[in-house]
Design a protein around this ligand. Structure first.
Ligand SMILES: Nc1ncnc2c1ncn2[C@@H]1O[C@H](COP(=O)(O)OP(=O)(O)OP(=O)(O)O)[C@@H](O)[C@H]1O
Ligand SMILES: [Mg+2]
Length: 196
């Protein structure tokens, strides 16, 4: 068996499928003097890393319950000049998580609140902060159900443990007294949990 075949088998064994699939292309580029060996190897490894990041991102989506996968790169800041791009990019640096700050997006329908919240939360999930997206209505339904079943504390702790919890569409429907009490308890629990 030639070393070329052995190399292909090794790449497959190591699960480096993107390197394997692009091996011929890069061997040709090296042969034609278009790429150095180091550059070719580096670019092949980059392909694998990019694919790995993508996989991690998709797995974050499943766990974090995002309604869609859109980043700030998909957001047209020119179209929405009222939004300060630098501020959003600063939020993407996730300083606010470490500083235990809350972010509130307020605006008329369709201006990109969910999009931007999701893009920041994706960044958090990619950085392995436990992240979850939920609509206010669903959150309240779950907490009210837990209250009736006498397991509110457990449910509150479940949500409060997230480092980044995106609660969307607050105020889309009128908020009743029970919801406002439960919401207050959740935020209060989050503050306590994040402080210890
Ligand atoms: N500036 C923008 N650039 C690119 N896409 C945008 C922009 N603004 C909004 N969108 C897109 O428009 C759609 C609606 O945006 P989004 O759901 O984020 O709005 P919203 O402010 O959350 O609205 P609502 O108050 O109805 O929930 C989404 O698909 C979003 O990606
Ligand atoms: Mg929205």
């Amino acid at each position: 068996m030639s070393n070329y075949i052995k190399l292909q088998n090794n790449l497959e064994e190591l699960n480096l499928i993107h390197m394997k699939n692009n091996l011929d292309k890069y061997l040709n580029l090296i042969k034609e003097g278009e790429k150095s060996f180091v550059d070719a190897l580096y670019e092949l490894s980059e392909l694998e890393i990019k694919a790995k990041e993508k996989r991690a991102m998709y797995s974050c989506v499943r766990v974090a319950n995002f309604p869609f996968l859109k980043g700030t790169e998909d957001f047209d800041f020119d179209f929405q000049p009222a939004i300060n791009k630098q501020e959003i990019l600063d939020l993407k640096s996730l300083r606010f998580v470490e500083n235990k700050e809350n972010i509130l997006f307020v605006g008329t329908p369709g201006v990109g609140k969910t999009h931007l919240a999701v893009s920041i939360a994706i960044e958090a999930a990619k950085h392995r902060y436990s992240t979850y997206f939920i609509y206010f209505y669903d959150l309240m339904s779950q907490l009210k159900k837990a209250l009736l079943e006498n397991r509110l504390e457990i449910r509150l702790k479940h949500f409060a443990k997230y480092k980044v919890l995106v609660i969307d569409e607050i105020g889309y429907l009128p908020i009743d007294n029970d919801s406002s009490n439960l919401f207050f308890q959740l935020i209060s629990d989050m503050n306590i949990i994040q402080m210890v």
